[in-house]
Design a protein around this ligand. Sequence first.
Ligand SMILES: *Cc1c(COP(=O)(O)O)cnc(C)c1O
Length: 386
Amino acid sequence: MPGFEFIGNEEFAEVEEVFTKSKILFRHSFDNLRNGVCKVRDFEKRFAEYMGVADALAVTSGSAALRVGLAALGVGEGDEVITQSFTFVATVEAIIESGAQPVIAEVDETLNMNAADLESKITPKTKVIIAVHMLGTPANLPEILRVAEKHKIKVLEDTAWGCGGRLNDRHLGTMGDVGTFSFDFAKTMTTGEGGMVICKDPAVLEKAKAYHDHGHENNPKLPRWEDSRSGSGFNYRMMELQGAVGLAQLRKLDGVIKAQRENRDAIAKAVGSIPGVKFRKAPENSFDTADALVFFVQSHDAALKCRNELLKEKIGTKILPEAISWHFAGTWDHMPKLVARHGDLKKAFPKSAALLDRAVAIPILGKMEPSVPERVERALQKALHD
Ligand SMILES: *Cc1c(COP(=O)(O)O)cnc(C)c1O
């Protein structure tokens, strides 16, 4: 889960510098008053270096990053965008906000997009595929990219949960045409609210930069108020205080992931041999961010029993089995476009429903009480075998 556990003096020092040295809270202009303090621009530069890419664009949220990424890829009315059944509502909301038709593919035992089902849902209108690294576990990108290439469709990686994760030694978010990240308060690194966009093609990133800033091209030959523009956009600009926090959090990211992975491994070791517990699968050569430990049990009733016994040990579950209604498209009958496309949503994604129904997710903290693994083991033994 959580960069928020590690917020401390480092973040404060970065924010303090904005107030003591510049007092400029806006990322653009005012360069004669800043005393060299450019937190958002520095954060973008450091983030791009971390990812091994040329450039990055900070925005106000992971949802904004998705919206800006879709705009940069030219998505609009009449287009279809395919994403997966198990994701946060924001992924589909961004597609709707762009004017496009959302289309949902099933997930498999990785709880990420099933490439075969993806391929069956491609039509001549499909413009972009949004693969999600759900809960920090890499999507099966080699397969998804193969399908996308065959049909000449762009891929956006929703890396909201996967920041710092890798697949085949490459950073999640850097393999598709666009990668988007979230720094909301529940993500592995946080700026309170915030997000980032990276793009394979520098021309696409330029479009993203303009779209996130009312179409501003930031033409160096013109003052900002006379700036050139080739299209309209909106305001998704990150502000300096968020950039300041992001700089400190980015320096902590690898340490947070290391702590989460160790804690996840300790719990997995304690429960791995319990009959009836089957861990979520991950693609080969995955380095996940260990945001949660997800496993399948035999039935929905068994999943509920696990939840109840875990609660008695003062351990919550995360998304699965509860809060599924924010994370499974099969429950989103408040979205008319989804219903129009897929009909009765309860029946529309049977393979995903059958898996999610009997899945349990234990949230992983960076700072874990040492007694947690044995408490989880006790709860699951009771739930599944007493
Ligand atoms: C958190 C999240 C988002 C949205 O990010 P915000 O910063 O909260 O707007 C998008 N997609 C997924 C998969 C997420 O988990």
